[in-house]
Design a protein around this ligand. Structure first.
Ligand code: G1P
Length: 295
């Protein structure tokens, strides 16, 4: 069955970016000039997704406004003859059909995904986490995973290998290698210590999941951190049917953390033709000055 729907959880408090996220959703923090959630929505569209559900929480109205028409802004841009900007803002609202639902209690990622049950129905769907932005030169990350789903017909976890010091931040896969970049999933552990971790293969914010997950989520008990964990439900699903982990190609940024956010900002700016030259010159001078200071 074709993967046509994507679920984007965006209900977290964004405490790591306080005070910026006190009144503004963390998903609206811009990398250069685009909110992080728009990168995710664009990746979904470029991967062939037709309908998106964003799971929101308190103080998230800005996300809905962002993907809606802004009549006043459009009139103003039209009046001032700013055709390019007008097209830019119009494009955002015309991108794709976006639905919203509120997660009323912050009970974890598994609980957030369970809120999308009616929207998803009985078909495989994608889950895209807003903290993970993936830059690719050719095929978008989610499209690579959809191609893998089409090949194997089982749920697919998007993974990459991470350093020992990073395993405790992620869901970690216990797998058997099937191909260069594909593992069959035998087990999963949410945020283990290095000693407990079965491997360094980490789930990085992209999933294609069969709808059987919803019955499992309804029964999943709170796990790590007292939250209903998607990883625990996936582990249960993997015990019932085949599941694969796909090592996707692309540079992934953890924009949910300050270092990752800064790296995404700098590297995205350097990839932009309109910014690269001046910004690179600035960085070179800056690095020179800073290294003189350190000596
Ligand atoms: C979530 C998942 C974890 C996954 C990670 C990817 O954790 O629970 O399994 O590896 O996203 O970013 P979070 O970062 O939301 O705590």
């Amino acid at each position: 069955m074709k993967v046509k729907k994507a679920v984007i959880p965006a209900a977290g408090f964004g405490t790591r970016f306080l005070p910026a996220t006190k009144a503004m959703p963390k998903e609206m923090l811009p990398v250069v000039d685009k909110p992080t959630i728009q990168y995710i929505v664009e990746e979904a569209i470029d991967s062939g997704i037709e309908e998106i559900m964003i799971i929101t929480g308190k103080a998230k109205r800005a996300i809905e406004d962002h993907f809606d028409h802004s009549v006043e802004l459009e009139l103003e841009l039209e009046k001032k003859g700013k055709a390019e900007l007008l097209e830019l803002v119009n494009n955002i609202s015309d991108m794709v059909d976006i639905h919203y639902i509120r997660q009323k209690e912050a009970k974890g990622l598994g609980h957030a995904i369970a809120c999308a049950k009616t929207f998803v129905g009985n078909e495989p769907f994608a889950v895209m986490l807003g903290d993970d932005i993936v830059h690719t030169e050719d095929t978008p990350c989610l499209k690579q995973m959809i191609d893998c789903y089409d090949q194997y017909g089982s749920s697919v976890l998007g993974v990459q290998t991470v350093a020992d010091s990073e395993v405790s931040k992620y869901g970690i896969v216990d797998g058997k290698q099937l191909q260069d970049n594909v593992y069959s999933v035998k087990g999963l552990v949410e945020k283990p210590s290095v000693e407990e971790a079965p491997s360094n293969v980490a789930i990085l914010g992209r999933y294609i999941i069969n709808p059987e997950i919803f019955d499992i989520l309804a029964e999943t008990q709170p796990g790590k951190g007292g939250e209903i964990q998607l990883t625990d439900a996936l582990m249960e699903l993997a015990s019932k049917e085949d599941m694969v982990a796909y090592d996707f190609e692309g540079k992934r940024y953890d924009v949910g953390n300050k270092q990752g956010f800064l790296e995404a900002t700098v590297e995205t700016a350097l990839r932009r033709e309109d910014l690269r030259e001046e910004f690179l010159a600035y960085l070179e001078t800056l690095v020179e000055k800073e290294s003189v200071k350190q000596k």
